[in-house]
Design a protein around this ligand. Structure first.
Ligand code: AMP
Length: 254
């Protein structure tokens, strides 16, 4: 696996699959690497903690960084190129152009500026890497929906692939932020997947999930349209940690 730090050094042949990440890699990222490996000639993973998408500075400061460990995981899953630029490579002085999706649902309203940062960095990555397919996790369903909209609205020649959420044995969706939970907080956080799963098949899934999440004071419960699937999504705060999750209500991810 080649580690590339400069945009000019990204030179690829064949059909490329791109997996954008911020590092702190876990089994959720591994499943994206595997899908990309099985569907493309060349697999590129990006490793870039995108400051532009953090709406809370404390969250950015606490974000775990371990490039050596991440590179070993990416290499073990068959990634060919790890694109790991410095911030100034992506946002040089004078940078002033942003991709701003005007409608990004409740998650967008809860995190002002977040999806502007996500959409901008992903469009930059699409232009730098020129992938045929780009891989995202269902875990961040609103992110996948935003990127599908960007690709459609701007006629970008990349297919957005959304892969199912990978969970721990207790049902909690894998996330780099789970490491911040105390044992007691983790036990309370399990109400999130339970309430979402319990709402599937009820007459009013949003109300059912909201009732199951009463004790966690959710930011929102919303239905997100991913084109082929509709998911029930929610965000909660457990202690200082914000967690999101979702489950498929109808259709299937593709
Ligand atoms: P991140 O590094 O957290 O920005 O995530 C990089 C990609 O991995 C995003 O497309 C996420 O949706 C995806 N991802 C994160 N957690 C999971 C998970 N538990 N299962 C599947 N995909 C995930």
């Amino acid at each position: 696996m080649k580690i590339v730090r400069h945009i000019a050094a990204v030179q690829l042949d064949g059909e490329v699959g791109l997996v954008p990440t911020m590092g702190a890699l876990h089994d959720g990222h591994r499943s994206l690497f595997r899908a990309a490996r099985s569907e493309n000639d060349v697999v590129v993973a990006s490793l870039f903690v995108n400051a532009a998408q953090f709406d809370e500075q404390a969250d950015l400061a606490a974000y775990p960084r371990d490039e050596e460990r991440d590179a070993a995981i990416a290499e073990s899953e068959g990634v060919d190129v790890l694109f790991a630029p410095e911030p100034a490579e992506m946002y040089p002085p004078g940078f002033a152009t942003w991709v701003d999706v005007e409608e990004a649902g409740d998650e967008g309203r809860s995190r002002p500026g977040h999806f502007r940062g996500v959409a901008t960095v992903c469009v930059k990555l699409f232009n730098i890497v020129r992938p045929r397919r780009a891989y995202f996790g269902q875990k961040d369903a609103q992110q996948a929906a935003v990127l599908k909209r960007v690709v459609g609205d701007l006629n970008l020649p990349v297919e957005i692939r959304v892969l199912p959420t990978v969970r721990d044995d207790d049902g909690l969706a894998l996330s780099s932020r789970n490491a911040r939970l105390s044992a007691d907080e983790r036990a309370r956080a399990l109400a999130l997947p339970r309430a979402l799963h319990g709402a599937i098949g009820t007459a009013d899934p949003v109300a059912a999930a909201a009732a199951g999440l009463r004790d966690l004071d959710p930011d929102y419960v919303e239905v997100v349209d991913l084109g082929d699937a509709r998911v029930l999504a929610a965000a909660v705060r457990v202690g200082d940690t914000r967690l999101i999750d979702n489950v498929v209500l109808e259709g299937a991810l593709s």
